[in-house]
Design a protein around this ligand. Sequence first.
Ligand SMILES: [Zn+2]
Length: 498
Amino acid sequence: MANRIEDLEPKSVWSYFAELSKIPRCSKKEEAAMAWLMSVALEHGLTAKRDQAGNLLIVVPARPGCEKAPTVVIQSHVDMVCEKNSDKTHDFDTDPIQLLVDGDCVSADGTTLGADNGIGVAMGLAFLDDPDAKHGPLELLFTVDEETGLTGAFNIGEDFFTGRTMINLDAEVVGKFTIGSAGGTDTTIGFPTARESREGLSYYRLSIDGLKGGHSGADVHLGRGNSIKILARVLLAAAEADLSEAIHLGSAVGGSKRNAIPREALATVGISAGSEAKFEKAVGEISALISEQLADADPDFTVTLKLLDTKGSAAPGTDNSAMSLRFLQMVAAVPWGILGMSTALPNLVETSSNVGVLIDNENKRELTCSTRSSSSQGLAEVLASLRAIATMAGACVEHSDGYPGWQPRLGTPLLASVEQVYTDLFEKKPEFLAVHAGLECGLFLGKYPELQIIAYGADIREGHSPDEWVSIASVEKCWKFTRALVGHLSERRDGNIR
Ligand SMILES: [Zn+2]
């Protein structure tokens, strides 16, 4: 087995990857790498252009006889996540990535490798050095800043590329083809508060802890608890135990990231004198029921109620009971978790929403929700219900700009080509899947709605960490498939594939 990069196959892919690895290219610092791509285009006598976002496009004419084939866009991102082991001396702004070859693995020496998505970049360029590759007109699209906000794809120029068939090389391995992703929008609900010191209350601190949390998209199906929703549920259950006029909500906070399931929440609650025992009992009862509900998914969940000693200090400010109740009802009504499953693909969450952060401002409680869907109407429906709930509660509501999703559709001509080429090469049927997270592909579709996309890549493990490695065999398989797919598409004469 070869143990030098120069000896690996396919040679042109590995040689471009080795060249690129010498050039620093952390997210938002891709200029040197883009200049190198420009020089590669010029050396081959090709035109290349940049857009305002910094993305680069190399235009490759069709091979003789394939001029009438649909233009295929081959897309990858140039930036990489820059992480290193703490004992490694490495300056990502100047030092080349040191490539190591061992068995089927290429890794880096104590740093991220950048195979995500450097292998994709190299694979696009490899078409320039393969005189036998059959292809129609190609557009090699290289984006910037995928890893820290997808801003290259977000701000891609209108009419920057002309092809309407795209191969994205930044996804799961060949054979597990990605055909959909989620779009998302954040919503901030501002609920006015009029907290003041009140007479005749006993004060408690209520804390929700021990939940696992997780990613609001990738972990949404695991049935874990949401601390902010639980906080409201516990206090509402107490209100329903004939205490609706006894509960006065003071500060209430929970979560820290809009796209993480919140693990903790904390509130100060003033209870009318005489109702303390009833309140403690109601909190204990509902907490036990929630513990039972979460026994499998979140076994370490706890609710702690602590009577505060406020003698001698100013009483904490609280809202009156009517306002407190209205806020708790609003939080309880806000949708969260899985809200819809895909009908196109099995087991795919189509729509979900997270209640991620509750913060406390002087005159406003602020609740931030993060909603995802691969269906634009699925997303719009949830946003409408968030607006309705906020309006009914007398709160104000604001949506972020958001990003579009990529709705999976089986049975398109492009997928038929993918299936045929894959089956011919590997004598197996491919799988088609979608992710409940944002991808560059969704953003391209926002500006180029007629685009047909297929996404796949090499087998990269431990991505975004210094343990990142890529399987050499998978790179070969990915190249073989891409070359065959592009060749197959070059035989089409029906213009852009719909
Ligand atoms: Zn990537």
